[in-house]
Design a protein around this ligand. Structure first.
Ligand code: PRP
Ligand code: URA
Length: 206
């Protein structure tokens, strides 16, 4: 299912990121902040369990997160969302999924993967600012499913309808969260209006 997290603060920060005149520092900072704002909504349905504690006043049956959270950025651009998410879920473990999209064929290529133990019990948040053709997201979901992950959410900033359809088709069990659903892909596979090449804008590469 697709969830577009529409909030004035997210819209404002995304506008800063879309602007071609925004430099690396502001691009990174706004990505980080949107990551934090989005994760509050993304985790709204996480299960909680009872825990017995002593408050300064009395014994109390309180609530705590029932299962661990794993943040799984798709390298490189997904790295830009990790610290914002960890600021709200500091106990989360971090997986790394190394994928790049061939510029001509737009096919994803895997070059690295590393996972924390017990991923099968965790809620796994696959994060990447851009969902274009959906090839990278589908490959990343395949990879974490091969590790045994069952509860997977895909968290992106900007998505194209083509990418959303591709993920919904291959992985109907995975909820997709976007800050914005854009218009389309252009002939080079870039999202329109989009924000350009997220990885290059985060890391100052070309
Ligand atoms: C970008 C982006 C996604 C992918 C989206 O990464 O961060 O991972 O493209 O495109 P898709 O939906 O068509 O697969 P890229 O391959 O440019 O690598 P980078 O993050 O290292 O720049
Ligand atoms: N990857 C990006 O970084 N931007 C796009 O618009 C599409 C894929």
């Amino acid at each position: 299912m697709l969830h577009v997290i529409d909030h004035p603060l997210i819209r404002h920060k995304l506008t800063v990121m879309r602007d071609r005149n925004t430099g690396t520092k502001d691009f990174r900072e706004n990505l980080d902040e949107i990551g934090s704002l989005m994760v509050y909504e993304v985790t709204r349905d996480l299960p909680v369990a009872d825990v017995e504690i002593e408050t300064p006043i009395c014994s109390y049956t309180a609530k705590t997160l029932e299962s661990p959270v794993v943040v799984a950025p798709i390298l490189r651009a997904g790295l830009g969302m990790v610290s914002g998410i960890l600021s709200l879920i500091p106990t989360a473990k971090v997986a790394h999924i190394g994928l790049y999209r061939d510029e001509k064929t737009l096919e994803p290529h895997t070059y690295f993967e590393k996972y924390p133990p017990n991923i099968e019990e965790a809620t796994v948040l696959i994060v990447d600012p851009m969902l274009a053709t959906g090839g990278s997201a589908n490959a990343a979901i395949d990879m974490v499913k091969r590790q045994g992950a069952k509860n997977i959410k895909l968290v992106c900033l900007v998505g194209a309808p083509e990418g959303v359809k591709a993920v919904e088709r291959e992985h109907p069990d995975v909820d997709i969260y976007l800050a914005a659903l854009d218009e389309k892909l252009n002939e080079n596979g870039y999202i329109v209006p989009g924000l350009g090449d997220a990885g290059d804008r985060i890391f100052g590469t070309k």
